[in-house]
Design a protein around this ligand. Structure first.
Ligand code: C5P
Length: 283
């Protein structure tokens, strides 16, 4: 079975506080985009779970979230794992704040649900996904949603009006646990207006959403990296983006456009900065 695993963007991301279990309470408006990995799941008769990807540095064992999802699925179903090959063709930048690994895990859950003819509800799949990672439940659902709690408390939102997205993943990567650890001691310059963003979604107001995009993790980045993300955002705005922000714990910067021509121009400009640049659309 072949299945797509779409990347996500955080239109807003706020950290509300640290919890006794070591995680942080979050409030995030999430959006799926067309940029996606392609997963192929094939039963094999070796009894083994094998993972392969086109990127040699990614784990091909149980450290891969896709494999963890399959193991959690079998645990929940109380079945002995059959032999399975999971092949992942990566297109989503890795360690980018775009939920690539989480989305692969979510795709495995959805694929096994069909292959094994189980038809579990999406909220059960999301529950299994929460055992794999905080972003997996959202990736199971996809679309436009408010994610709260650790990221697993989901409220579907009206879809973001269709638009073009230009994004750039600079060549450096960010450690998610390290940035979460740092955010506790950082004085935040401002907080995103998630309520306003939700109201703008309800009104179908793309510019209103874009204007309110903000991610508190930008304040926790080391100076050089923060400046780099700021440069990318400024370039996007200069090219006509309705708004620009960073996704997840970064370092990917993205902008929303209501004009394909302007989006194409922005892609060209960002290509001069290096890194991985994409022009895509919202799902
Ligand atoms: O849930 P996940 O394994 O993706 O989280 C990775 C790390 O990110 C956690 O170990 C934790 O350090 C941090 N995290 C957090 N609060 C969240 C989600 C993640 O502190 N809501």
């Amino acid at each position: 079975m072949e299945i797509k695993a779409h990347a996500k963007l955080n239109l807003t991301l706020d950290v509300l506080g640290k919890r006794p279990d070591g995680y942080h309470d979050l409030r995030m408006v999430m959006q799926s985009i067309e940029l996606a990995d392609t997963l192929t799941l094939t039963r094999n008769d070796t009894g083994e779970l094998r993972v392969g990807t086109n990127l040699h540095f990614l784990p091909n064992n149980e450290r891969n979230l896709a494999a963890q999802a399959a193991l959690r699925w079998w645990e929940r179903e109380n079945t002995v794992p059959c032999g399975l090959d999971i092949n992942i063709e990566k297109h989503i930048p890795v360690c980018a704040g775009m939920g690539g690994g989480s989305s692969d895990a979510a795709a495995v859950l959805r694929a096994l649900n069909q292959m094994e003819d189980r038809h579990l509800d999406l909220d059960i799949l999301a529950e299994i996904g929460a055992l794999v990672g905080s972003d997996v439940p959202y990736c199971v659902m996809g679309g436009t949603a408010l994610a709260e709690g650790r990221g697993e408390v989901l409220t579907p939102l009206p879809p973001l009006p269709k638009c073009w997205v230009v994004l750039c993943k600079p060549e450096f990567s960010i450690s998610t646990p390290a940035l979460f650890a740092k955010i506790d001691s950082v004085r935040l310059r401002c907080r995103p207006d998630a309520k306003g963003a939700v109201a703008a979604l309800e009104a179908g107001d793309l510019a209103g959403v874009a204007r309110r995009m903000y991610n508190v993790f930008e304040d926790a980045l080391p100076d050089r990296q923060r400046n780099r993300v700021a440069d990318l955002k400024n370039t996007l705005i200069q090219c006509g983006a309705l708004g620009a922000s960073m996704s997840g714990t970064g370092p990917t910067a993205f902008g929303l456009f209501d004009s394909e021509d302007r989006a194409m121009e922005a892609r060209e400009k960002l290509e001069d900065f290096g890194g991985e640049v994409f022009l895509t659309r919202t799902v």
